[in-house]
Design a protein around this ligand. Structure first.
Ligand code: ATP
Ligand code: MG
Length: 328
């Protein structure tokens, strides 16, 4: 049986644009560090917010420690390619000539998927890198770009393996594909909102990941879930209440409006959570609440990390109960 999802070494966080991938990747990294795992958080989009959310000031192409046991790394396909070429063309002067040549610039721009392959290759390198005979990282959390682009990255090693004849690229691509598909090591978590389009897209992404690419699915995380529901009677009373000073009346009207809106979102989320649950099969579903804050900072990420841990534990207790029922 594969190790539990949190015990795996390589975590990808994917999902539709804007659903909270970076936030959840940061929360997952904090959770893993708190469990004593030496963790590397990887930003695939070199200009993203992941380092800031984790307390760093910027991101570089070399892992930078931002807290004890927690490093961040920003990836950029071009830098990955140049590092790789540096390994196979060890003469610095020759390398500099290659990089500045028009042919190389043209090659990087034109070769389809080369940057993607190199980026995933760099993740593979970090995931398999050893120091003093043990893996360098206990956990790697990758904040992936929005769905379409993520799938392009995750598909690339497989595509390269099929496209290239026997040789260096095929050998490298085969190693990377093997690691991505390894249930002992890898988990691909999908973040979503409990709304119409994100849920539809999540179910499609799940099919792509599992059936087309053969990758191990991790948690499905429904983020920014609204839960507060007021009974219609309470809402009606709130709307009907009249206060005498005009200022209080305005305030009450605002409260009534917000309560109605919140109830509306809670109903929408509930309906789509049902659709999500029905469509993801046995994948563990974790719900995280919408946090009402003026500024979303590291303390919010810490709060989500605690809620994520509690959600994961609740889900595994539910799964264990399900197994007990199944075997009795
Ligand atoms: N649980 C939450 N409660 C409230 N706000 C949240 C929550 N999770 C994320 N957010 C906010 O939602 C916005 C989008 O989050 P984030 O940047 O993590 O999404 P993303 O999927 O990485 O976006 P992109 O596709 O642009 O990279 C941010 O403003 C973030 O602060
Ligand atoms: Mg992001």
């Amino acid at each position: 049986m594969p190790p539990s999802l949190l015990q795996r070494r390589l975590h990808f966080v994917v999902g539709k644009g804007g659903v909270g991938k970076t936030t959840i990747a940061a929360a997952l990294a904090l959770l893993l560090v708190r469990r004593g795992r030496r963790t590397l958080a990887v930003e695939m989009d070199a200009v993203g917010r992941l380092p800031t959310l984790l307390g760093g000031s910027g991101v570089g192409y070399v892992p930078t420690e931002v807290a004890p046991g927690l490093h961040v790394l920003g990836l950029d396909g071009r830098a990955a390619l140049e590092e790789y070429l540096g390994l196979i063309i060890p003469v610095k002067r020759l390398l500099a000539t290659v990089f500045s040549s028009k042919l190389y610039q043209y090659f990087v721009a034109a070769a389809p998927g080369l940057k993607e392959l190199m980026t995933v290759g760099k993740i593979w390198y970090e995931a398999t890198r050893e120091e003093a005979g043990r893996p360098c990282w206990d956990a790697i959390v990758v904040d992936a770009p929005a769905t379409g682009h993520s799938l392009q990255y995750l598909r690339m090693p497989q595509a390269a393996r099929e496209a290239f004849g026997a040789g260096l690229v095929q050998r490298e691509a085969t190693k990377i594909t093997g690691l991505l598909r390894d249930r002992q090591t890898t988990a691909v978590h999908i973040v979503t909102l409990a709304e119409e389009t994100p849920v539809t897209e999540t179910l499609e992404t799940r099919t792509q990941l599992v059936e087309a690419l053969g990758l191990p699915l991790g948690f499905v995380i429904a983020n920014r879930v609204h839960r507060r529901r007021f009974s219609p009677a309470v809402l009606e009373r709130l709307h009907a209440t009249t206060a005498s000073p005009a200022a209080e009346r305005a305030l009450l009207a605002c409260v009534a409006e917000r309560a109605t809106e919140e109830s509306g979102w809670a109903s929408i989320n509930e309906a789509h959570l049902g659709r999500l649950r029905a469509g993801i099969g046995s994948a563990p579903l974790v719900e995280l609440p919408f946090l009402f804050v003026e500024e979303f900072d590291r303390s919010c990420v810490e709060q989500l990390a605690r809620l994520l841990e509690a959600g994961v534990a609740a889900d595994s207790r539910g799964a264990a109960r399900g197994r007990e029922r199944g075997s009795s």
